[in-house]
Design a protein around this ligand. Structure first.
Ligand code: NAD
Length: 337
């Protein structure tokens, strides 16, 4: 029996998760919600997705969008909801709909950790989400930090981590926000990323700082890791190469920037030019004593999509985390080049 999935919040993350659910053999996308009429809803209609309205019903009807009902009608048909609404709305939806109707839900990183019984990155803590009613997929940055730090911790041990997040200003479609011509430091230390990593990697001692810069193409992290056991750059590289959902790229191939990483993803033929793997540079790893330095880039719009799929399986009781990761990767062409 396929897992019946509903999608609430059809935006940057939601439209990708909807496509990803539709590609899984063990899942059925029951429908998506439209909150206001726009081009994304027109595309959903062309894809044949069933559309339920959370708001703006008149506008949908005026534009010939057939509605299957409202959010309650969608909830009546599903085993689990992926809620990818903007931050704080997920929690409101939980109180208003999912709790009273006893519907399982996956939330996104914009929600506070207490919205769910587990914060989640599949390759780090799949089992913690097993059978949970509510699971929170952590933010794109936290997902990236967890994927690489987890394997380093398992193989060499981590004493402490200092990481700086250089964050893209906005997503590429966003004409409203910035910065356009400034570097904006996050004047809260640690930035929220460090404590958020610890919701997944509970024993990793990490301190983070962050800033926003005028680009839409990916985040970049600069990490300094104090290792318990010394390692060579080659050993770290080998580890990253063997680890799923991490991609090693090379300056030697002229992949020198986030612009070229995004171009590479398009050349792979990826849907929307997505790069859900965390990108590390072969030439961007250094070691001094037991201190490891590396740089990684995060495609904010897509890394968490994989995690949402695995979170659905974990919450609905699919016990084999490794198998789930393999199924998701295969369906979505991850690490296929
Ligand atoms: P978005 O603004 O692109 O999409 C949100 C969608 O939800 C929009 O289509 C909007 O119309 C709809 N919506 C708004 N209010 C609603 C409501 N009450 N009911 C139903 N739908 C409603 O947002 P996003 O970037 O996809 O972010 C969604 C979540 O994912 C947030 O928690 C965010 O922190 C997290 N996230 C975002 C990114 C990113 O880079 N964009 C990365 C990782 C995680």
């Amino acid at each position: 029996m396929a897992i019946k999935v509903g999608l609430i919040g059809y935006g940057t993350i939601g439209k990708r998760v909807a496509d990803a659910v539709a590609l899984q053999k063990d899942m059925e996308l029951v429908g998506i919600t439209g909150h206001s009429y726009d081009y994304k809803i027109e595309v959903a209609k062309k894809k044949g997705f069933r559309i339920f309205a959370t708001d703006g019903k008149e506008d949908f009807l005026k534009n010939n969008i057939k509605l299957e009902g409202d959010i309650n009608n969608l909830l009546d048909e599903v085993d689990i909801i992926v809620d990818s609404t903007p931050k704080k709305i997920g929690k409101e939806n939980k109180e208003k709909y999912y709790l009273p109707k006893k519907i399982k839900a996956i939330f996104q990183g914009g929600e506070k950790p207490d919205v769910a019984g587990a914060s989640f990155v599949a390759q780090c803590n799949y089992d913690e989400a097993l059978y949970k009613d509510y699971v929170r997929v952590v933010s794109c940055n936290t997902t990236g930090l967890c994927r690489t730090l987890n394997v380093i911790n398992r193989n060499f041990g981590i004493d402490s981590v200092h990481a700086t997040m250089v964050r893209r200003a906005v997503d590429p479609w966003d004409i409203y926000h910035g910065p356009v011509n400034a570097i904006v430091p996050v004047l809260e230390l640690p930035s929220h990323h460090g404590p958020d990593v610890q919701t997944v990697l509970h024993d990793v001692n990490i301190f983070t700082t962050a800033m926003s810069v005028p680009t839409t193409l990916m985040h970049m992290h600069s990490l300094i890791v104090d290792l318990k056991k010394s390692a060579t750059p080659e050993e770290i590289l080998d580890l990253f190469r063997k680890t799923t959902r991490i991609r090693v790229v090379r300056n030697a191939e002229h992949v020198r920037s986030t612009a070229e990483v995004m171009e590479l993803a398009k050349d792979f033929g990826r849907l929307r030019g997505d790069m859900p793997e965390i990108v590390v540079w072969e030439e961007g790893i250094g070691v001094k004593g037991k201190k490891l330095f590396y740089l990684q880039a995060i495609h904010q719009e897509s890394d968490v999509v994989l995690e949402n799929i695995d979170a659905i399986r974990a919450a609905t009781g699919f016990k084999d985390g490794k198998k789930s990761i393999d199924m998701t990767n295969k369906a979505l062409g991850v690490n296929n080049f």
